[in-house]
Design a protein around this ligand. Structure first.
Ligand SMILES: Cc1ncc(COP(=O)(O)O)c(C=O)c1O
Length: 414
């Protein structure tokens, strides 16, 4: 038997990261046949049309001008107060619900998910999310001795599957005190789907009905890591108004990330915003999450918090950033539009894409299809029901022809 020194809860934990595997294969292919011949649709960072990492020039200017003391100093555990105040406005915009809310700084959006899972579920609980999901949800659930359970994301009309959601919610409610749901919207990873306001009404009706049982708590974590790239920044937030006047045993947590919106993935800065109709629930939110910050990373990157605060306070800088982002939003839109047209022509079945860094197509045997795609120098990531395409990294000229290559492999089975 292999020697194991880790604690029993960590035995046999190995990350099988298909994203980094596909990316490494793409890099090897570039070395072999040259970058022009390779389509790397594996990694979730925004690349420009020359396949260079996008960095927002306004962000760079501010960052490089920060005093060294701000870069070096510690920050308060819950984050710089000016930052957490700004985060509430930046994340919720003009769609703040009529409720109590509070924000804490976290190490990226990942940190927000980490805290929410640990603090709002019990050991052994199941966490609920649609069957197309970002892999780290499962990794975090399992690392914290929880499980991830899923429901089919879309119904027969390719709309959010309210019935499936309701059934699974009821199942979890029957066996645990806290029911914790992650909804990654707008601009879901890996599909690019966004729940519209009617779908949100459906979700909240189910949750409100379930919450009549006052012995149970319901936590909805809204992961909006990609919200900066969905176009109209008011329209994509109107659902947040619906978080007004929810029952006291329903807590909404918004996961906010600076990684994509400010293209500072490596600076690991984000936030979690608790929204509740109970002042006490928000007080507890502050207290337990502050505690867990201290227990996990102490405090986060001070200078990235400064950056957001500086932009927030200066209207001209805010507009500059918005304009820069809009250019990149249009770049993404041109790529995704081109892919959708080609996919239709090639009879390639897609998951419905609304916005964001990723699109997905259905495949019978996703691992095998991705292997076969490698023969054509196309590198994408197999998911449970299909293939994830990181359109954020594929220049428009390489999008052309990609759908045809995919159509050749999606029906193959090993
Ligand atoms: C769906 C989703 N949620 C959250 C995140 C968190 O990102 P970060 O921790 O860099 O803020 C990501 C990043 O890839 C993501 O794809």
């Amino acid at each position: 038997m292999a020697i194991r020194v880790s604690g029993s809860h960590m035995h046999d934990k190995v990350i099988n990261d298909k994203i980094f595997k596909a990316s490494a294969a793409a890099k090897a292919a570039i070395k072999k046949v040259g970058a022009e011949q390779v389509i790397d649709a594996s990694i979730g960072v925004l690349l420009d049309e020359k396949e260079n990492l996008v960095t927002l020039s306004t962000v760079e200017k501010i960052y490089r001008n920060l005093p060294m003391t701000e870069i070096s100093d510690y920050a308060p555990i819950a984050g710089l107060p000016e930052y957490t105040k700004a985060v509430v406005d930046v994340a919720l915009g003009d769609c703040k619900p009529d409720a109590y809310f509070s924000a804490l700084a976290t190490a990226g959006g990942t940190g927000a998910i980490h805290h929410a899972i640990w603090n709002y579920t019990d050991l052994g609980d199941s966490i609920l999310t649609p069957d197309w999901y970002w892999g780290p949800y499962q990794i975090m659930a399992e690392a914290f001795v929880r499980k991830l359970e899923t429901f089919t994301m879309l119904d027969e009309h390719k709309r959010f599957n309210i019935k499936g959601f309701a059934a699974k919610l009821a199942e979890l409610q029957a066996k645990q005190t806290n029911v914790f749901v992650i909804l990654n919207t707008p601009a879901h990873n890996p599909v690019g789907y966004s729940l519209d306001d009617d779908e949100w009404d459906g979700v909240l009706d189910i949750v409100k009905t379930a919450a009549k049982n006052k012995d149970k708590n319901f936590v909805i974590f809204v992961d909006m890591a990609y919200i900066a790239y969905v176009g109209d920044q008011h329209e994509c937030r109107t659902f947040m108004k619906k978080f007004s006047g929810l029952p006291e045993n329903v807590l909404i947590i918004i996961g906010f990330s600076m990684s994509k919106g400010y293209t500072i993935y490596g600076q690991r800065t984000g936030a979690m915003i608790g929204i509740s109709s109970s002042r006490e629930v928000i007080k507890e939110f502050e207290s337990v999450n502050n505690y867990l910050c201290r227990a996990t990373w102490s405090s986060i990157n001070r200078s990235a918090m400064d950056l957001l605060t500086i932009i927030y306070k200066d209207k001209a800088l805010t507009e500059q950033i918005e304009q820069e982002r809009d250019g990149y939003y249009k770049m993404l839109r041109a790529r995704s539009d081109a892919f959708i047209v080609d996919a239709k022509e090639a009879n390639l079945e897609m998951m419905p894409y609304n916005a964001g860094f990723f699109m997905s197509v259905l495949a019978k045997d996703p691992d095998y299809a991705c292997e076969k795609l490698c023969d054509d120098n196309v590198f994408a990531v197999p998911m449970i029901g299909g293939i994830r395409i990181a359109i954020c990294g594929v220049p428009l000229k390489k999008v052309k022809g990609m759908a045809t290559k995919m159509a050749k492999v999606v029906s193959l089975v090993r």
